[in-house]
Design a protein around this ligand. Structure first.
Ligand code: ADP
Ligand code: MG
Length: 487
């Protein structure tokens, strides 16, 4: 719990604010800094809140460093500053205690580029979202306190979710869970890579149920928060109330359970919670970045349990879906973005929706601040780095293809079980290059090479390193391939 705000803390905040206003100017101050609400001091961390994720992200990337510096100046104990999202920001400070949706990492050096004078976008630019899609009022029976509710992003509803081939199944299943009066499948397990909409769908389920059946108690938790709450309960010798709280819900959603990997006692507790809820016919919705069977570091019995219900994967976005999501985000902000600019972003930034949204926000913020229209020219200039980062993505398929053709082998040889040296060696080189040139993990690489074990990949990497040091012509082959593959 934060210590209540005493007058000395608010005086210091006033000093920080005054300084911020001087440094960044009136417009930027009014748009971005004034809306910050002081929540309190907890240990070395000052907690503040703001009403939208967009604003929080903007502040984190443009003002955070300076804000914490100034805080440390007026209050030497302060080490970090955390901003949480609080949709009811009009409420007097300290009314609801610290929001649990707090940005955990604090200000971990996100400020990129200059931070002076930026970001004076009028707040009206973003009000489109909340007006058109204001969430239903929170029913009193909603499990968890205000803390929990602030974790639900009002923009993450079904209306604002764009459906395409890659997420069709997950979307349909999520809707089913949200609308069905009974439990259609248990659990609903959603999985897919970063930024493909898992969290969005889970929040959408929560909003929909809150809207249609306010008496049903829904609890959404990140796996991380599940663990923190558990640890807190253990520390306060109060696991009973933790259990009661979590098990008294009608719908429990736990996001990103890959986080439980290797955390045995948390898994254990989660496993029992899971069984208890399923036995009492309560709905569970779980998400992860991998399918239940691919989740490493999870106990076998838990993994198998997770696959009991409906497992829906979300595939990487197609061009059409990327375009659709961009259009939707632009509409939600209520700003006109020329179609060719949306096409440009959708073509050049292909990784995930989070990056698409980041690109769009960057354009919008810049254009609003400078009072300019969003044009192709502006987009090309502002997004140069993002576009370049996306170009650099090398796939394991490309590596396999290049290595196979270099050694006059077939692509299939890269995956086959053949162990003859003329095939096995190049395959080892390909695995080595995959490890060197892509961010993929050993198990992921193994899977891409005919479902080999991660120890095989590890062995290949070692073997290649050995040969590289010993054999000139081998080393030349490897260097040549690396040069071909590296952008
Ligand atoms: P994940 O949880 O899978 O990492 P998120 O749900 O956080 O991804 O999505 C990242 C961002 O992309 C969010 O702003 C979300 O609204 C947006 N997004 C992802 N998929 C869609 C979609 N199909 N339609 C609209 N927005 C989407
Ligand atoms: Mg997520």
């Amino acid at each position: 719990m934060s210590t209540p705000i005493d007058s000395s803390l608010s005086d210091r905040w006033a000093m920080v604010r005054g300084q911020l206003r001087d440094e960044f100017g009136d417009t930027a101050f009014r748009s971005w800094l004034k809306p910050l609400t002081l929540k309190g001091l907890e240990g070395n961390c000052v907690r503040m809140s703001i009403q939208s994720r967009f604003m929080r992200d903007w502040i984190n990337s443009h003002y955070s460093n300076r804000i914490s510096e100034l805080w440390t100046k007026v209050h030497p104990e302060v080490r970090t500053v955390e901003i949480s999202i609080d949709q009811t920001a009009a409420v007097p400070p300290n009314a609801g205690g610290p929001a649990a949706g707090a940005f955990k990492g604090g200000f971990n050096g996100v400020a990129n580029g200059s931070s002076n004078g930026t970001g004076a976008a009028p707040r009206g630019a973003f009000s489109g979202t909340s007006q058109r899609n204001s969430p239903p009022p929170a029913p009193a029976g909603f499990t968890g306190t205000g803390e929990r509710e602030s974790q639900l992003d009002p923009r993450y509803n079904f209306e604002q979710f764009v459906v395409g081939k890659p997420n069709e199944l997950a979307h349909a299943a999520a809707q089913r869970v949200a609308e069905s009066p009974t439990v259609p499948f248990n659990p609903l397990f959603l999985y897919g890579g970063v930024g493909l909409g898992k969290t969005h769908l889970m929040h959408a389920i929560a909003w929909k149920i809150k809207e249609d059946n306010p008496e049903r108690r829904v609890l959404y938790l990140s796996a991380e928060n599940f663990m923190y709450d558990l640890i807190r309960a253990l520390r306060h010798k109060d696991t009973m109330s933790f259990k009661e709280r979590i098990r008294s819900v009608d719908v429990l959603m736990v996001d990103d359970v890959q986080f439980f990997s290797g955390k045995d006692s948390t898994q254990e507790e989660f496993f029992h919670t899971f069984n208890d809820l399923v036995n009492r016919n309560k709905q569970l919705v779980i998400s992860a970045d991998k399918s239940p069977s691919d989740l490493e570091g999870l106990e076998e019995r838990l993994r198998s349990r997770l696959g009991w219900g409906l497992v829906a994967d979300i595939h990487p976005m197609t061009y059409e879906l990327r375009l659709g999501v961009l259009q939707q985000k632009a509409d939600a902000i209520g700003i006109h973005v020329p179609f060719e600019v949306l096409e440009f972003i959708a073509t050049r930034i292909s990784s995930n929706a989070r990056e698409l949204e980041g690109a769009l926000n960057k354009l919008v913020a810049h254009a609003t601040m400078m009072g300019r229209d969003i044009t192709m020219d502006l987009s090309q200039t502002l997004l140069r780095d993002l576009v370049r980062a996306n170009e650099r993505k090398l796939t394991i398929e490309e590596i396999k293809k290049t290595v196979a053709s270099h050694f006059n082998l077939r692509y299939a040889d890269m995956e086959s079980a053949r162990r003859a040296r003329p095939v096995a060696r190049p395959r080892q080189i390909a695995m080595y290059l995959a490890k060197q040139l892509t961010p993929k993990s050993l198990p992921e690489i193994g899977r891409m090479f005919g479902n080999r074990d991660h120890t095989t990949v590890m062995y290949s990497v070692k073997k290649v390193e050995e040969l590289y040091a010993l054999d000139r012509s081998f080393a030349e082959d490897v260097d040549l391939l690396r040069k071909k593959l590296e952008p």
